[in-house]
Design a protein around this ligand. Structure first.
Ligand SMILES: O=C(O)CCC(=O)C(=O)O
Length: 313
């Protein structure tokens, strides 16, 4: 089987691609969690969150996507087969994305007690999830470019961890997340990039995942994710998504959420009852090809005052 990220075919040899290692046995050992996170920049846990909690969030979100025609009605909604719906340009996309982001079942995943406890152990105190959340519905052909989260999220503090949570099984070729293994060149090669602010400096993705891996001299790490798994990573961890090449047209549903100490300053873009994010005229709605909006690589779509997509073809 071939794997692609950002349209680039990955090298599948053992020194270029590896498996994420399950850290579940460290879960109750705060010192060991912190040591491993400091060394590797990520921690992966199999089955951290109960299956029913994930399935409830999956149902809640997929029904919303089905209503706007993004899921093919000829198949069970839970299969999430892409529907080529054309309702998108007529709806209030701002309201739609907010209803997905703020759904009760989805919030129960982001605020799951085991997940919060994990972040408390890592950060050493009471944590606070960012008020903004990033649910992702990745259609066939879609993925996410190579980047670190730091430049996008750290105006308040840089002591933040991201958790990537598949909302349902996500096989590697269906758009799994991958992490660039840390090596001796990591911080030197990223020094300039990590000092940037994505909004002020207009950042683009870090580049070709195959070429980047060779330059860093390490491996991409990923796995066939199962419902309930959690991949937690640091602000300076290089990551990207594999492109969704599902043979059945299945869309990948996942979530990224962020956690910091409640006592530390907040990044005002992502917190509050209605976080401004990257601007009131933009909504987080990744995918659908190139939108001629190079800001934030098309993950953010421009909408009009009624929240309707401004088509930029
Ligand atoms: O799920 C994706 O496609 C990308 C997720 C990501 O970049 C993140 O969690 O920071």
């Amino acid at each position: 089987m071939k794997l692609f990220s950002n349209g680039v075919e990955l090298d599948l040899s053992a020194d270029a691609l590896g498996d994420l290692e399950d850290s579940s046995e460290l879960l109750n050992d705060a010192a060991a969690l912190r040591t491993k996170m400091a060394a590797a920049g990520h921690l992966f846990f199999r089955g951290l969150i109960e299956e029913e909690i994930i399935q409830a969030a999956r149902d809640e979100i997929l029904y919303k996507f089905a209503i706007i025609g993004e899921i093919d009605p000829r198949f069970p909604i839970n299969d999430a087969i892409y529907g080529n719906g054309d309702a998108l340009q007529h709806i209030n996309l701002r309201a739609f994305t907010r209803s997905v982001r703020d759904g009760m079942a989805y919030c129960r995943v982001v605020r799951n007690e085991t997940l919060l406890n994990l972040h408390e152990r890592l950060l050493g105190g009471k944590v606070r999830p960012f008020d903004f959340r990033w649910p992702r519905f990745a259609r066939p052909g879609e993925g996410c470019g190579v980047h670190c989260d730091g430049p996008y999220l750290t105006r308040g503090t840089d002591r933040i961890y991201s958790s990537w949570i598949p909302l349902g099984d996500v096989a590697r070729e269906e758009g799994a997340l991958m992490i660039l293994e840390r090596g001796p060149k990591h911080h030197r090669l990223l020094q300039n990039y990590l000092g940037k602010d994505a909004d002020r400096d207009g950042l683009q993705w870090l580049g070709d995942p195959r070429e980047l891996r060779q330059r860093f001299g390490t491996r991409w790490l990923t796995t066939n994710f199962k419902s309930g798994d959690v991949l937690c990573f640091a602000m300076d961890t290089v990551h990207a998504a594999l492109d969704n090449h599902s043979a059945t047209g299945r869309c990948r549903l996942s979530s990224d959420s962020r956690y910091q100490l409640a006592s530390e300053p907040l990044d005002e873009r992502w917190n509050g009852s209605d976080p401004p994010a990257h601007g009131r005229d933009k909504v987080f709605f990744p995918g659908l090809g190139s939108w001629n909006n190079k800001d934030f690589q098309d993950e953010w779509k421009t909408v009009d005052e009624q929240g309707r997509l401004i088509l930029q073809r």
